[in-house]
Write a protein that binds this ligand. Structure first.
Ligand SMILES: C=C(O[C@H]1C=C[C@H](C(=O)CCC(=O)O)[C@@H](C(=O)O)[C@@H]1O)C(=O)O
Length: 271
């Protein structure tokens, strides 16, 4: 379905519409609702699964103005969408960029979220120096995406060290990830980096202690950088656990969807 917020038309996919318990899943950079198809197929029909193509991604509009992609505008849109969809309470799941958005959403709009599951993500960067350096890198990448096109970008992106562990996956799974990325629009990815890249968003490190709901931090054993980030986040959050999934890297839901689905089912005490 398409739902409009602030004049941005969002594509939303829902499984099990009539179910009572609700979970909302937010994909990462270069992702879409397709990200969650395998995990959704492993979850029970008693769980309503709501997935959103974030601004500039999937079938959601990709505005030309980078300011439409700010974290503040994205979480405001999500609140608008959740209101329109009558989602009163749910568990919110975010992968990577989607995790940064989930954390940002909860920090501003806490009332709907019963618990958080954060996969391979961060609360932003602590210092202005780090943010400036990252902003420059992300803007350069954004310009490169627009100059060289989506195929060139995906060829490079799928080969960054963060995704090395995905090379051992079956070719059909690797192809599904690649096809999902190739289906993106250059303007959408470029403006996503410019508007809500890791270096653009404000740091939430000093706000983590205010989050009282249960937070499950999940990282892959092969993803050292985000293991360390999760370990530090855990010390600052009021009610957090950190699970390291053996033998996988950054995209746990891609590399071990069964384990990822089990973590979700455990939240709802579903066997
Ligand atoms: C490379 C780094 O940061 C990027 C990596 C992961 C994030 C993401 O959402 C990627 C999802 C995917 O392609 O599977 C992305 C983000 O948070 O926006 C980061 O730009 C890094 O080393 O931090």
């Amino acid at each position: 379905m398409m739902v409009s917020a602030r004049g941005v038309n969002y594509h939303i996919k829902v499984w099990n519409e009539g179910a009572r318990e609700v979970i909302v899943l937010l994909h990462g950079f270069t992702g879409s609702v397709r990200t969650w198809e395998t995990v959704a197929s492993l979850l029970p029909t008693t769980l309503k699964i709501v997935t959103v193509d974030l601004v500039g991604h999937g079938k959601t509009d990709a505005p030309n103005d980078p300011s439409s992609y700010s974290m503040e505008e994205q979480i405001k849109d999500l609140e608008n969408l959740f209101e329109q969809l009558h989602l009163t309470t749910f568990t919110l799941v975010g992968y990577s960029m989607g995790g940064r958005i989930a954390l940002s959403y909860v920090s501003v709009y806490p009332k709907r979220v019963k618990s958080l599951i954060l996969e391979s993500t961060s609360p932003g960067l602590k210092t202005e120096d780090e943010r400036l350096t990252r902003r420059l890198a992300d803007v350069a990448l954004a310009d490169k995406i627009e100059k060289n096109g989506i195929v060139s970008f995906v060829n490079a992106w799928e080969n960054i060290p963060l995704f090395a562990s995905q090379k051992k996956l079956p070719s059909d799974i690797q192809k599904a990830v690649r096809d999902e990325r190739l289906a993106q629009r250059e303007i959408g990815l470029a403006n996503s980096l410019r508007g809500m890249g890791t270096g653009v968003q404000k740091s939430l490190w000093d706000e983590l202690h205010q989050i009282s709901i249960p937070v499950q931090l999940i990282t892959g054993e092969l993803d050292e950088k985000f293991i360390q980030i999760a370990e530090e986040m855990k010390t600052l959050l009021q009610n957090a656990s950190h699970t390291i999934i053996p033998g996988v890297g950054h995209a746990i839901h891609v590399e071990n969807p069964t384990q990822f689905a089990t973590i979700i089912k455990d939240v709802y005490q579903i066997n």
